[in-house]
Design a protein around this ligand. Sequence first.
Ligand code: SAH
Length: 433
Amino acid sequence: MLKKNSVHKVEITDINNLGYGVCRIEGIVTFVAGAVTGDTLKVRIIKSTKNYLVARIEEILSPSSHRIPSDCPLFPKCGGCVYRHISYDYEKELKREYVQSAFHKAGVEAEIASVTSDQRISGYRNKVQYPVGSNGEIGYYRTKTHDIIECESCPLEEPMLGEVKKFISDHIKAQGIDCLRHIYLRCGAATGEIMVCLVSEKNSFPGLEILADEVCTRFENVKCFALNVNDRDTNVILGDKTYILRGNNYIEDELLGCRFRISPMSFYQVNHSMTELLYSKVIELCGLKEGETFIDLYCGCGTIGLCVASRAKTSSLLGVEIIPEAIENAKVNAALNGIENAEFICGDAASASLRECDCVILDPPRKGVAESLINELCDSGIKKIVYVSCNPDTLARDCALFTEKGYELSTVYPFDLFPRTGHVENVVCLRRN
Ligand code: SAH
């Protein structure tokens, strides 16, 4: 085994989606944080196992042409961005290669389109969840730890969210409020409406009412001020109970001309302008005509299904989603947008009773679609499935099952909803002849 602490000269030949450069030392695969394809480096081995090594950059002997200087003092400590040190063009190339290799590993032949992006690589995030430390420090966890690094401003977030965070942070430090676990903020990019959701172990604490008043007075766009109670010893951020202290139990936003109410517990895409591009592709791939019917599985607060229905004047939409608050939003959202013939059911998509329809949209969480649901979809002979995914690996795995059962894959379209991070969204259409 190669010795820990030994120093080596290496050429970086690859970079993975966790932001590690890859090289070989005496034939053994070595991961180097912050290294870029094309770098020549002096590295020190910091971990040595039978199968791989981890090394740290000691000196950049000759930098890769893809390198740019990082503009964030927290990079890469906070673990949010993995690509702040490379050009955005190269990042898009890497993301396309990542999708390609996921399909290759799953044994599925697929054509991968180039990555669609609106080139807005900062200020795009409309949702933030900051951990709060016991001394009132607010920021992000240092990678792989529970230490909080204070974050003055994150280049990815919508600037208005940074202002609200700063205000709350100053207030809780001044008042000695020490029972907050997270500060969860969201804004509607099209409406400017802001949601503030404090996550605490307690359902009440001294200074809470004053804090609610001060935040709502200072930021008149705060349309929803909530307290979520989470007293469990868990990494999950939100607990089961949410109390609305000021305003509504939702904020509103618009996508492709449709209006949506979104509650704190409901999923909502974090990048507004890219979501519009993604949904436009979904509408195109569904190709639904007036009078046709479709099912939106994992529908959240109904955004995709209602955007599709409002464009195509379909005759029926069934949405299925597991979070009750999201389903309540979806029902109201159908009415807000004048979509009749829409039905939303709260439950597990895997046990939804599928009716005959012209198209099924799937948009599961990272773990992908339950195999039982894939089998059911295949057996029911649905002709067209449009699959939206935030995880290329589970998308490719699931596409392998669909293609084994006779579905044909369209081009896979990557959409960069998360510039500078290792994540990439994809959409693909599966058709049965
Ligand atoms: N299509 C929506 C939401 C996509 S995110 C949009 O574009 O906004 C995935 C959604 O799946 C989340 O809302 C999550 O709550 C929901 N979900 C997770 N597991 C589920 C399950 N087993 N059955 C149904 N919905 C589920």
